[in-house]
Design a protein around this ligand. Structure first.
Ligand SMILES: [Mg+2]
Length: 343
């Protein structure tokens, strides 16, 4: 009767303590193409619904030993897990207040025994529509979350995620009085890549540089695209010496990786600026971002393809760090007026 091929993939939980009724219904449901998961009492039903890959539709007998169908309903709704479980209560009770009680416990629908199989099938189809819509909503929400937190070109964290994560990590490190390093990584002469090879080639360079960096960082480090050809790496529980070592690995791996675009093999280098939040420098996010950014500019001025650690190298690197207003300015606008911004 149910000839939709995708119906075979849909799991239905059937919780019924009466053996004969359970087997009868199982055969009917299997005949419609559903994958039937059986439970002989409420406890079993609850375990199935909590488990991985739980059925999205549950037929629960009301009267069962242990947990009854109503209690299973309440527990499922209380747990509020996703994806949604569409619950149809099956019962011999037929007083109006029973119906109300069943729906109040979180059941979506209600069938009085004995019921007609065609009616059951129609109700399961309704449940299936609801479950599918819910699944689509979850997928849409996840896609939005992904878009809101990820840089679409490189797949790295975007600026907003970097700022949020950095704020959180610095606060955590402040409480524990441990160090947290911030690394600004800016690709050198990137404008030249775009001008010479075109923007698609520039995009490919950004993508490959991003994946090179991600590959050599620790799983708990965060690397994100801050804007343009600028990346920020957050290294929790990392002091200046550790950050310098990590920065050197990043620098060397970017410089040592040939990037092939349209049959041409390109080499790019990057300049890195490091600032460390610790008891000496404090853990203020915007101050540290500015310090790392300024250190990165010192590295540019000192000849590029190198690392400058704020407060350690800058006196010798090239020049003094400019005073900058607090708070990072939006990407793209902030360096237009700077001298020597060929990057
Ligand atoms: Mg029963």
């Amino acid at each position: 009767m149910c000839d939709l091929p995708e119906a075979r993939r849909l799991k239905v939980l059937l919780a019924e303590d009466a053996r004969f009724a359970r087997h009868l219904l199982q055969r009917v449901l299997a005949g419609w193409g559903y994958e039937v998961v059986l439970a002989e009492d409420g406890e079993q039903a609850w375990r199935v619904l909590q488990g991985p890959d739980a059925p999205s539709i549950a037929l629960l007998d009301w009267m069962m030993p242990g947990l009854d169908g109503l209690e299973v309903c309440r527990k499922v709704r209380q747990a509020g897990r996703e994806p949604y479980t569409y619950i149809i209560l099956l019962t011999g009770r037929d007083r109006q207040q029973d119906v109300v009680e069943g729906l109040a416990a979180g059941a979506d629908d209600y069938l009085r025994k004995p019921f007609d199989n065609l009616e059951l099938e129609a109700r399961i189809r309704t449940g299936r529509r609801i479950a599918e819509l819910h699944g689509e909503l979850i997928a849409a929400r996840e896609a939005l979350r992904e878009q809101a937190t990820t840089d679409s070109l490189t797949g790295l964290a975007n600026r907003r995620t970097i700022l949020e994560t950095l704020g959180r990590e610095l606060e955590r490190c402040r409480r524990l009085a441990t160090a947290c390093a911030i690394v600004f990584v800016d690709l050198d002469h990137f404008k030249h890549v775009n001008d010479t090879h075109g923007h698609p080639a520039g995009d490919e360079v950004l993508r490959q540089a991003a994946s090179t960096m991600r590959a050599i960082l620790r799983p708990y480090d965060l690397v994100g695209r801050y804007g343009g050809e600028e990346f920020v790496v957050v290294l929790p529980d990392c002091d200046a010496a550790g950050a310098r070592a990590a920065g050197e690995r990043l620098r060397a791996s970017v410089a040592g990786t040939a990037i092939s675009v349209g049959g041409v093999s390109l080499r790019v280098t990057c300049s890195l600026g490091i600032a460390v939040g610790d008891s000496r420098n404090g853990w203020d996010r915007d101050r540290l971002l500015n310090a790392a950014d300024a250190a990165m500019y010192s590295a540019k001025r000192a000849g590029r393809d190198r690392i400058v650690v704020a407060g350690e190298d800058e006196g010798t690197a090239a020049d003094t760090v400019e005073a900058k207003p607090a708070g990072p300015a939006p990407a793209g606008r902030r360096r237009g007026s700077r001298p020597g911004s060929a990057r």
